[in-house]
Design a protein around this ligand. Structure first.
Ligand code: NDP
Length: 483
């Protein structure tokens, strides 16, 4: 057994109570390491330390904070190969995606490093003569970051970087399925110049340490990414303390493929959106809404493309789709295949467990055809390499199907018709819309978030992040009597 990877609390690496083993989903014989589980007392110590450190950090000169964020970002980008390999080994995404994720995480830090210097307020004259008004943003305080396993480094980065940029302290509870990426990022943050206790890593189960974190009155704000049921539980806990909340949850993103689409482009966009990251993305294209005029030709090429995808070891450079993250997730995916069949959908390809040379959680990319939008496979987030084709007869019907969902994160259209593209962009009820691009894949300098059950609270990323990580103060200033 290797060395225990520890939690980082109040500036120290501490062992916690109990530990978990982390295995490679591509190759179950590969044990990545053992990871400490934080105790309730560890969490309390982290909260206390964060509370003490935050005002000191907020009072630091802007350029000193900027330098810290720049250093974290640069180190992540410089080590993208090494840390991306670790990420792919524990999460299962192909190496290029793992490296790309770590590099992108670095870009979040360098972007928010620059934002440290762009914190401009507003001023106004008062309605009272001689009085001036100054409106500025202040840190919210101690932020709890709860992140998922599917983008273990990038999601954490797009929460931690703005939290620190705007002068907050952080308690990070990463997903227990991907602790190696969490320890790697924490190590980089740990050796920066900063007040002791400003940044804390508490690994452990969501139901225990996560729940205690979100119930704590010591937490001023919670930023969460994960499933809708857990999000609702967190919201119920947070409201007891009136804790500020930002949540990014599941979705059921639709890609509309119109009769005038470039067919090759449409198929490539659909394959990338449906099966990138093994379909384990909140932005995945899990519904393909296809015009009847091109339906058969599109399905034929889509199925051929899905069948041709190389499923394999995350670290094999030829792999196009890695394994599913865990045994539980694989079992759930296969259950959805049965649900789809039982409700009358036809599985045109894939959707089966694969036995490979290395034991792992492999399944083939699956395409359902002849599906209806009210089937469970088109209503519930599967988070699987499974997509479902819904045939429609017009653009209007396509738009209605796209919008007929309880979610609303991303949607996309493939068309050559500018008028349709513009109409779609304005009328799709999602937080992100794409035209002739996959529904997955977003930038870091602009807002990200959805509608309906997909999101709650202010948007993440870009400058909009300031709305969540700061509170507004309005100051009235009178010059007083002339001296
Ligand atoms: P969860 O929503 O369970 O987990 C997300 C994070 O929340 C993890 O860090 C988890 O901890 C933590 N958590 C769980 N329960 C609590 C709690 N009561 N209080 C505080 N934190 C908690 O997602 P899963 O990993 O279980 O995945 C299940 C499904 O969620 C997927 O199939 C998918 O549909 C959806 N999902 C959506 C994501 C997205 O990007 N929108 C990302 C991940 C999942 P831990 O896991 O360590 O116990």
């Amino acid at each position: 057994m290797g060395e225990l990877n520890r939690n980082f609390v109040a500036g120290e690496w501490i062992p916690g109570e109990g530990e978990i083993e982390n295995r490679n989903p591509s190759d179950l014989s590969d044990v990545i390491g053992h990871y400490a589980q934080a105790s309730a007392a560890d969490l309390d110590a982290a909260l206390e330390a964060a509370r003490r450190a935050q005002p000191e950090w907020a009072a630091w000169p802007l350029e000193r904070r900027q330098a810290v964020l720049t250093a974290i970002g640069n180190e992540l980008m410089a080590r993208a190969e090494e840390l991306g390999t670790l990420l792919s080994r524990e999460e299962g995404k192909p190496l290029a995606e793992g490296k790309g994720e770590v590099y992108r995480a670095g870009q979040f830090f360098t972007y928010y490093a620059a934002e440290c210097l762009r914190q401009l307020g507003e001023n106004a004259d008062s309605v009272r003569p001689g009085v001036e008004i100054d409106v500025r943003r202040e840190p919210v305080g101690v932020v709890a970051v709860i992140s998922p396993w599917n983008f273990p480094t990038a999601t954490a980065a797009w929460k931690i970087a703005p939290a620190l940029c705007y002068g907050n302290a952080v308690i990070w509870k990463p997903a227990n399925l991907t602790p190696a990426s969490a320890v790697a990022l924490t190590e980089i943050i740990s050796h920066q110049d900063k007040p002791k206790g400003l940044f804390n890593l508490v690994m452990g189960a969501g139901s225990t340490i996560g729940q205690r974190l979100v119930e704590s009155p010591q937490v001023d704000a919670i930023s969460f990414t994960g499933s809708v049921p857990v999000g609702k539980r967190i919201a119920a806990s947070a409201i007891g303390n009136l804790t500020r909340l930002q949540m990014e949850m599941g979705s059921k993103n639709a890609l509309a493929v119109m009769d005038d689409a470039d067919l090759d482009l449409a198929v490539n966009v659909a394959l990338a959106g449906a099966f990138g990251g093994t379909g384990q993305k909140c932005t995945a294209s899990s519904r393909l809404v296809v015009h009847s005029a091109i339906h058969d030709a599109f399905v034929e090429r889509l199925v051929a493309g899905a069948r041709a995808m190389r499923v394999g070891l995350a670290l094999d450079p030829d792999t196009e789709m890695g394994p599913v993250v865990s045994e539980q997730q694989l079992a759930e995916n296969l259950r959805y295949v049965e649900i789809g069949r039982a409700e009358g959908a036809e599985l045109a390809c894939g959707g089966e467990r694969l036995n490979m040379a290395h034991e792992g959680y492999y399944m083939s990319p699956g395409v359902f055809v002849n599906t209806l939008n009210d089937m469970r496979i088109n209503r519930e987030e599967m988070f699987a390499p499974l997509t479902a084709v819904i045939k429609v007869d017009s653009y209007d019907e396509a738009l209605a199907v796209v919008n007929d969902t309880s979610f609303g994160l991303t949607s996309g259209i493939v068309t050559r018709d500018l008028a349709r593209a513009s109409h779609f962009r304005r009328n799709a009820r999602t937080g992100v819309v794409t035209v002739n691009l996959p529904t997955a894949g977003t930038d870091y300098h602009v807002p990200f978030g959805g509608r309906g059950d997909s999101s709650y609270g202010p948007r993440e990323q870009g400058r909009t992040a300031a709305e969540f990580y700061t509170v507004v103060k309005t100051a009235y200033i009178s010059p007083g009597a002339p001296g």
